[in-house]
Design a protein around this ligand. Sequence first.
Ligand SMILES: [Zn+2]
Length: 306
Amino acid sequence: MNFLSITKTLIIPVLATLPVLSFSQEEVKQENSLHTQLHGDLLSEQINIHKEINLLDSVAFLYKLQEEEAEFPAIDLYNSWDTRYVNPYKNDKTLQLPDTFKINVAEYSMPTKEFTKITDIFGYRPRRRRVHNGIDLKVQIGDTIYAAFSGKVRLTNYERRGYGKYIVVRHKNGLETVYGHLSKFLVNPNDIVEVGQPIGLGGNTGRSTGSHLHFETRFLGVAINPADIFDFENQVPHTDVYVFKSKKVAESSKIPASAMAYHKVKKGETLGHISLKYKVSVRQLCKLNGLKSTSTLRIGQRIRYQ
Ligand SMILES: [Zn+2]
């Protein structure tokens, strides 16, 4: 925890409790002497003065904090401001990747105004033997692209064989987003951007066939499937808080391969047969195997039932 977050945690509760701090009249009345009364009045006056000064100071201080937060988004997490690379964190030994981290995505904007089509999904593409670190969304050249969250533009760059014209924005919630294949930048490096602010225009620059937006969401350099955060078709996040899990944690919560069990499909067998045999619902079988209840099975196909 750094200075900003410590002061925030200290000051916000103090502000919240201020009205409760008013001087208790009960205590003053306990002793009826004039001296005590005067003393009490003086004290309560003093407390009120202090209260006002503290409140003004605290409000000014909070504004200052907000300004600093905009200027240094997610400073708790990132200790450098690289202006050249999408992922400069790979070899940064000083960066500690937390096991889990809650990312607030409630104040969001979808990068495109309307959902048209996902032209490529996130993940490993065996055919090209490389990982696709983002999601491709169909756009027309000149379509407005919006900042997904508020933050600060870390870099704008051009890669002829890669991203084309692209923008990297670091957000207050700890994420960084990348917008690739743009035709035009509407922001400059170090610009502070609000959520939903137009930052560029869609295009077909770089390694791209057909105009589309290549959109990445990263946390400390680690690419997260944007479709795990956003429901693109409905143009909303799945939840208000996305929980990042390090590979180690994510894998430990997975079912070990030894606990999985498969059935080899014989002639004439349906999901119904397998369901009866292993006492697993057809729905569960579909879920485990990515099938539809109407899917026809191949002889020899391995169906996971556990
Ligand atoms: Zn892409």
